[in-house]
Design a binder for this molecule. Structure first.
Ligand SMILES: Cc1cc2nc3c(=O)[nH]c(=O)nc-3n(C[C@H](O)[C@H](O)[C@H](O)COP(=O)(O)O)c2cc1C
Ligand SMILES: [Fe+2]
Ligand SMILES: [Fe+2]
Length: 395
């Protein structure tokens, strides 16, 4: 689908298959768009980014009376195959097209798609298209080491690559046109995209935002999701906040990772949720594996506390809860207030495994408690006392 962004800038929007997992891991039941942009100067036409394997922008170009032969330069902000998989076919048709990208990306262009050469950009290098100037700004590790962003000087447009991107499809193209329902969807889907994909690179995100401060940004055109042209400063500060959760402080909210086979751990978890609710503290209960690791990451990323409620299973912790903690660790969920409790019958063992994982994650552990069956009144009091400490520390 093609949309006009400004008089000489078009959005080419491609929707990925919702039945598949993004990056082989993340559900996209509400879809995700892959955005590329065509900028036409009086002398040169530039395509910024491409699309996955098996797809092309031939239809979008045709609508404008163009073909791939009319593209003078291809700019690649980042080489992940959601934006480049289709290049093998594209390069077969345009073997000599100049490609502008970073040094790391140029090696990928070569190794992934067999292109002979690429133009390696210098930081802040400018490209004149005739009445339109593109400026290339390296943004290493915002998502991959090969990443850069492209700034269209005259229009103040930032083609921000994966930064500011989100899951979720909307009919609207601009943030200013979103319905209330779309706004809500986009907010959580941006946070989920951030926590699943960008979170481990948060320090680089903050660096990149800092390096863009000198630019007058009027519009943000990311490579996934909505275009921002409303209150751009507010969006940038929201994004900085998402990145700042890495070091903290996070929101005064609790994510309760809940695994339970027969309900003994769950009934204890319900008591904690009720207590938090009574104190006015938000608890995100994420059932693992049922609700999915993607949502767990989204909620845990923003929360200042992580409660792990998981029973003993073969002398260790319930396996999916172990995997969940490992995943949280890899994605940079660290330094949160935390506790564990879980039901067992004979040996226990979940609490000990939790402690080992929590140490690796740098969690600030209040307590870890294995109890038998449904738990005694004393178990319940001990667990609630630990939880009260977390509630107090959040206030
Ligand atoms: C597959 C399986 C393995 C288990 N392994 C252990 C174990 O090694 N040690 C233990 O004390 N309890 C073990 N249990 C017992 C559970 O921890 C106990 O049933 C607990 O109450 C389950 O909590 P839930 O009701 O929240 O699922 C096991 C239960 C199952 C189903
Ligand atoms: Fe990416
Ligand atoms: Fe992407």
């Amino acid at each position: 689908m093609r949309f006009s962004v400004t008089k000489n800038t078009s959005l080419f929007r491609y929707q990925l298959d919702r039945s598949k997992l993004f990056e082989g891991s993340w559900p996209i039941k509400d879809g995700v768009s892959v955005n590329a942009y065509l900028v036409r100067g009086s002398e040169k036409t530039v395509l910024i980014d491409y699309v996955e394997e098996g797809a092309s922008f031939d239809e979008e170009l045709k609508e404008m009376g163009l073909t791939v032969d009319d593209i003078d330069i291809l700019v690649l902000n980042h080489m992940e195959p959601d934006h480049t998989g289709g290049l093998r076919d594209f390069f077969a048709r345009r073997p000599d097209i100049p490609v502008y990208c970073t040094k790391v990306a140029s090696l990928e262009v070569l190794s992934l798609y067999g292109k002979k050469d690429a133009h390696v950009i210098k930081p802040m290098e400018e490209l004149e298209l005739g009445g339109a100037t593109l400026v290339f700004v390296p943004a290493p590790n915002v998502h991959w080491p090969d990443t850069m962003v492209t700034y269209y000087k005259e229009e103040g447009i930032l083609f921000s690559c994966d930064a500011f991107g989100s899951f979720g499809e909307t009919e609207s193209v601009y943030d200013t046109e979103l319905s209330e329902a779309e706004k809500k969807l986009l907010e959580t889907e941006t946070e989920r995209y951030y926590a699943n994909i960008v979170a481990p690179f948060s320090s680089f995100v903050l660096k990149a935002i800092d390096s863009l401060k000198a630019l007058d940004i009027k519009m943000i055109c990311p490579s996934h999701g909505i275009i921002y042209k409303g209150d751009v400063a507010r969006i940038v500060s929201w994004y900085s906040r998402l990145a700042s959760y890495a070091q903290g402080p996070q929101e005064k909210e609790i994510t309760l990772l809940l695994s339970s086979m027969y309900g003994n751990t769950k009934s204890m978890a319900d008591a904690l949720s009720e207590r938090a609710e009574a104190r006015g503290v938000k608890v995100h209960v994420v059932r693992i594996p049922d609700d999915g690791f993607s949502v767990l990451l989204e909620k845990a990323w923003r929360s200042a506390a992580l409660v792990v409620a998981a029973p003993t299973y073969e002398r260790n912790m319930f396996p999916e809860a172990v995997y969940a903690m490992d995943l949280l660790c890899r994605k940079g969920v660290k330094g949160r207030k935390s506790m564990h409790f879980g039901s067992s019958l004979w040996s226990g063992g979940a609490a000990a495994e939790y402690r080992a994982l929590a140490e690796k994650m740098g969690l600030d552990v209040v307590d870890a408690i294995d109890y038998r069956g449904a738990g005694s009144e004393a178990d319940r009091e001990k667990i609630l006392a630990a939880f009260d400490k977390i509630l107090e520390e959040l206030n």
